[in-house]
Write a new protein. Sequence first.
Lengths: 269, 196, 98
Amino acid sequence: MPPKPPIRIPKTSAPVARTRFAPPPPTKSTPRTPTRSQPSHPTPPPPRTPWYGTRPIRSGLIWTANTVAMGCALLWVRDHHVDVLSIKGVSMAPTVNPELHETGKKDWVIVRPYAQSGHGRGVERGDVVTFWKTHKPEECGIKRVVGLEGDTVYVKRGYALDKQEGKLGGMPDGLGSLDPDAVDGRMEEVGKVVVPYGHVWVEGDNSRFTLDSRDYGPMSKGLLMGRVVWIWRGWGEWVRMGDERGKKEKARASRVVEGRAELPAVFLE
Amino acid sequence: MAPRLANPHEWSRIAFNLSKVALVVHIFQRYIGGISPTAGMSMVPTIPVHYHKRPYILYSSLHRRGRGVKVGDVITYKSPVVASSQGCKRIVGMPGDFVSVVTPGRRDEDIEAVDVDGRWASLGQQVVQVPEGHCWVAGDNLEWSRDSRLFGPVPLGLVTGKVLAVMLPLSDAKWLGGELDVKDVQEKEHEWVIKR
Amino acid sequence: MPPPLPLYTLDALEPQVNVLPNGKARKPAIKLSDCTLKELVQYKCNLSISETKGQAPIILCEPFVRLLRQCEGGLSVETTAWEGWKAQQEGGTRNTSQ
């Protein structure tokens, strides 16, 4: 999936803001003219030029400031309230892009960003989320959250089935696998992963064509952007995000045993 | 001035303009950069620690998600474990690079203990390769730093910016960055640094 | 958190540098000793409370020098432990060959 498309700043927005809120206050030198359409009308030269220049310069500055503010407002809405993304891959078929292989029709999704923009607070099992990919930092991904922190995931494929001896795991408890006496709690059994604190386990619905936590491990909540709430397939075709997986897909998904995690003592302030 | 302020419309106009300024500042800090106070022991002596006067850093958010950062740069990032807290550390390895395994530093219960046999932050005899899309970070104060030695490589997607300079206190003001801090090997011994 | 990372011992570092993360061989191959040797100084700092009363505590920082080999193409390899090991190896082989 590509990075977010840049938001275009509509040039028409600024005059609206100006007419509603910011009629420039009259100054001593330039008396207010009733018609705004002729600001550069040759009036007698003012005795003193204010620091912000003459009237056309000033209205230009106000226009620029309002345009910048409007652009920032759009970015803010995208970051905190609602975002729209086009989905290119088939990893979430049949829930998202079910017909991409046959017809090439792509879905658009409406994303509700997590309130604290990127802290992933309030994420639940079963949510479909968008996130910045761990292996490609400038690309967005879309997957289903299967496990939360503390959950135990028994995978049916992926790195967790490999042997873990002689490897350096991320050490959430501060005890490394470097210490030969330390018990590495995360990997006591092949194929079993305990999701560490502050992370989620994500999987694609289409388990045959997906690169997900089974390949790149648990994902930090800080990478989450938002929860997908609606799918848009064309005018009049709004679909609420649900779970379209069939029996086959569900059988291939990992088994999850719910658990709880607490912040490891080493990270307490 | 007084009759203008008596007008409620004037107040709402001022409030609207102030909120516009706040919005622009917020977006500017998130996407371009700004100045921010820091706290913590992990980057001493590069970024000093003061309990009353907090040090200030200049950061660039144009380098968010690891754009254009390199080994030796100091970055700010969302902690992979506690996403609501920000960290500030130095990059030791970028994707594909190799880094030495260094054991984690002291923990809180070690506060009174004396380091006799170099238990803390000691160099291992092994290296790891930083995976694709990640970076390996370490605090400049290796004894009191929670970094990649604890939580593993940090996804570049969590990088929020690059620290360009320390601004305050003035006695420690300096530019930071890989091209300044990764130097040719010097023959002479490095001296101990004493901070008051 | 990525999958657990393989650990390489110092003697495996030189061949491993020429293996790309996807398993293919690096072309052209890099010889570690041809890359420029750089250093990055970090520290081990601790608060030192003086015996005499009334004096403010000071922070003492012991330097911890990281040695890096920066190769063409942007690869950076930390050789803090490797440099000494390599020198010892070369010294050792020279001794046996004499």
